[in-house]
Design a binder for this molecule. Structure first.
Ligand code: URA
Length: 433
């Protein structure tokens, strides 16, 4: 078999065989197949698409290209949750303690923030002492003991995806549905959980800009997971507007704690409960409405909050920063942003708000960049709110006053004002099971 023939067959619109896909992934990870071959094949896939069978085979081959986590030592049903990425998206910090309080075993690998989107690992690291780099043995032990463990991606999990993703980034082949679906699902399958809920975002702050694309991606990922024997659900939710009000690492921990104490933004609570109830319905094999009641109870009676404290403590985090969020690291400068005109906010563009927060120091432009855990934005007003000129609409948190002016420009680019109250947009579009 020759990679040249595989590339030309895909270029000419033929369906690749399982053997050809296996040959490509194995050869590429081993280094026998070069980046220029892989780039040409990725572009042929980008232009011609993949059949469902090709996509499933590609996913399984990428999942098998490195370590496949064995969670069989954990008693109980293992559960995982994955978001396609967004701004202010701190739902992992709320969903995982809810479901763990209800008996699910959450063995989760999370990512770091990149570009305008945040990452759970960075948020957790803003808590003093929190360790995201546990050994595989401690990872399993912690899940067994507390019901949750969240760590960073291990070195050898789906290495084919790691290599291919960097190449896609450099060759304009990221935005291809079967490649995105197989990339995300290869990591989820390798991470080993039996039940998986996907939080698929659409809108300006998301990978998928439209509901239709988010729906197509969700259906593909759910199908792949089911074919691999996992129990799957995908929640399609809005990411045109940031979720909740805090954007930035320690600021998001504070908001998640607020939500776990039964307070906080209604949108954050709703998305978190929808995700948690879908996951619990898979874990316990019960109706989603029944699962919702259980999740609401765990959130409202404090058991999810207690579980969160247990989780932070088990991974070495300073729980005083949770019981008293004023003890979380704070930025030196808090700069208030005021409205320049009267009216209603008709749009709070998530991508631009995320970029403004990155400018203040909260995120990375390149993977190697360091971040300021204390930096970010608190939105005091969002889409649909009425404001008067001079009202405080946001707070910028930063340690470098030179960053305020450029962040402010991007922040105001994100906002659109109108005279009449705008219609509320849909927060949860659909659930696919
Ligand atoms: N996230 C991933 O992990 N892979 C993609 O291809 C896109 C988003």
């Amino acid at each position: 078999m020759r990679i040249y023939d595989i590339i030309s067959r895909k270029r000419d619109g033929f369906e690749l065989t399982d053997e050809e896909i296996h040959f490509f992934i194995e050869g590429y990870v081993r280094g026998d197949i070069q980046d220029y071959h892989a780039s040409a094949l990725l572009m042929a896939i980008y232009l011609n698409g993949m059949t469902d069978r090709e996509m499933v085979t590609l996913t399984l081959e990428m999942a098998k290209s490195g370590d496949m986590l064995d969670l069989s030592a954990i008693d109980g049903v293992t559960a995982d949750k994955h978001s396609t990425g967004g701004v202010g998206d701190k739902t992992t910090l709320i969903v995982t303690p809810i479901v763990a309080a209800l008996g699910a075993k959450v063995a989760k690998m999370s990512g770091r923030g990149l570009g305008h989107t945040g990452g759970t690992v960075d948020k957790l690291e803003s808590i003093e002492g929190f360790d995201v780099a546990l050994s595989p043995e401690r990872f399993i032990e912690t899940v067994k003991k507390t019901g949750i463990c969240v760590v960073g991606q291990t070195g050898n999990l789906a290495p084919a995806d790691k290599k291919l993703y960097s190449l896609r980034d450099a060759t304009a082949t990221v935005g291809c549905m079967p490649l995105i679906a197989s990339s995300i699902m290869s990591k989820k399958l390798a991470a080993g959980s039996q039940c998986i809920v996907l939080d698929v975002k659409y809108g300006s702050g998301a990978f998928m800009k439209t509901k239709a694309d988010a729906e197509e991606l969700s259906a593909k990922m759910v199908e792949i997971g089911k074919m691999a024997g996992r129990k799957m659900a995908a929640v399609i939710s809005d990411m045109d507007t940031p979720l909740g009000k805090n954007i930035g690492n320690s600021l998001e921990i504070a908001e998640a704690v607020e939500a776990l104490r039964g307070k906080g933004s209604a949108d954050l609570r709703e998305v978190s409960l929808t995700l948690a109830s879908n996951l619990i319905s898979l874990v316990k094999d019960i109706d989603c409405r029944e699962a919702r009641l259980l999740c609401e109870k765990a959130l409202d009676d404090g058991s999810a909050y207690e579980k969160f404290l247990e989780f932070i403590s088990a991974q070495g985090g300073n729980t005083e920063m949770v019981t008293d969020t004023d003890k979380l690291p704070k930025a030196r400068i808090i700069h208030k942003i005021t409205a320049k005109e009267d009216g209603f906010i008709s749009r709070t563009d998530a991508e631009k708000i995320g970029s403004a927060s990155v400018i203040l120091g909260a995120g990375r432009v390149n993977k190697e960049d360091t971040i300021d855990y204390t930096a970010g934005i608190i939105l005091r007003k969002k889409t649909g709110d009425k404001v008067k000129a001079g009202d405080v609409i946001a707070e910028f948190h930063t340690n470098d006053e030179r960053l305020i002016a450029p962040a402010e420009k991007t922040f105001f680019d994100a906002l659109t004002f109108c005279e009449a109250k705008p219609e509320k947009s849909e927060l949860i579009y659909k659930v696919i099971r």
